[in-house]
Write a protein that binds this ligand. Sequence first.
Ligand code: SD4
Length: 325
Amino acid sequence: MNRKKFLGLLGLGGLATLSRNSFAANAPQTEDFTYSGGKAIVISTWYHGLAANDAAWAILKKGGRSLDAVEKGVMVSESDPTNLTVGLGGLPDRDGNVTLDACIMDEKGRAGSVAFLQHIENPIAVARLVMDKTPHVMLVGDGALRFALENGFKKINLLTDESKRRWEEWKKTSKYETPVNIENHDTIGMLAIDSSGNISGACTTSGMAFKMHGRVGDSPIIGAGLFVDNEVGGAVATGVGELVMRTCGSFLVVENMRRGMSPEKACKAAVDRIVAKHPSVADTQVGFLALRKDGKYGGYSIHDGFDYALTYEGHHAMVKTAHSK
Ligand code: SD4
């Protein structure tokens, strides 16, 4: 059942009230309007988003903060050793090191980020501490690790038997490829609105499998992998980070929404920009997900295959995005 049909059955389609939303009150509505104002909602990338949304929803439904919801939500994926692209068990770089990137942003426009962090299971929690406890936005590498250890995080081995096995298999050809969908990259990006109407986001990944040692993608870069503006909405990116960074992808999606585009159109316009500037995207996936302040959500990707988990009161299911190729 598609999203519009489902909402139609629930009778939610016409409940739009724009009281808290000065942006939407002034913006043209270009598509059907989905309202969750005053109610919580959480969306996150890829299938593993369902379990992550469960943890986020447990916080949101009790009236908790969207910031706590996105942090605790994506930690589920980070701590899942069977997930080969986030946190523990993430596929390593070409030298066998698991290096992690994550960032978080709240409704006040505060942000925290870690990149090229090793040995720590939950980089998103370190990113949150960078935001909460330091005068900085981003810590990387050994500095980020030292900060984590000083704050009580445990140093562990993130390379599981399975991720090691895959790395050893990869070494037989040592060919670096960026398969289109979840084959070697399925970052979790999550956006949530809480019952106070505040929006926050989080993004965490082990990055592209078998990358060069030291490579950092878009996921920990505020404005690339994640951007939140509580006046407008938030966006997250997944896919080949180099393309997302070159277009400040998530910032672009939020700015598109600020100019009045629906979430899906805002994501599509960002994808179109990438495809226009970098036409050789035959084997390269990028997907964006956006959540507007009024509760309308949407996504769009270059290729078929990108989907996201959507959770709000009475609803918990995957949604497939439209795509350009
Ligand atoms: C990166 N954007 O490191 C991440 C990978 C990813 O879905 O999103 N995979 O480039």
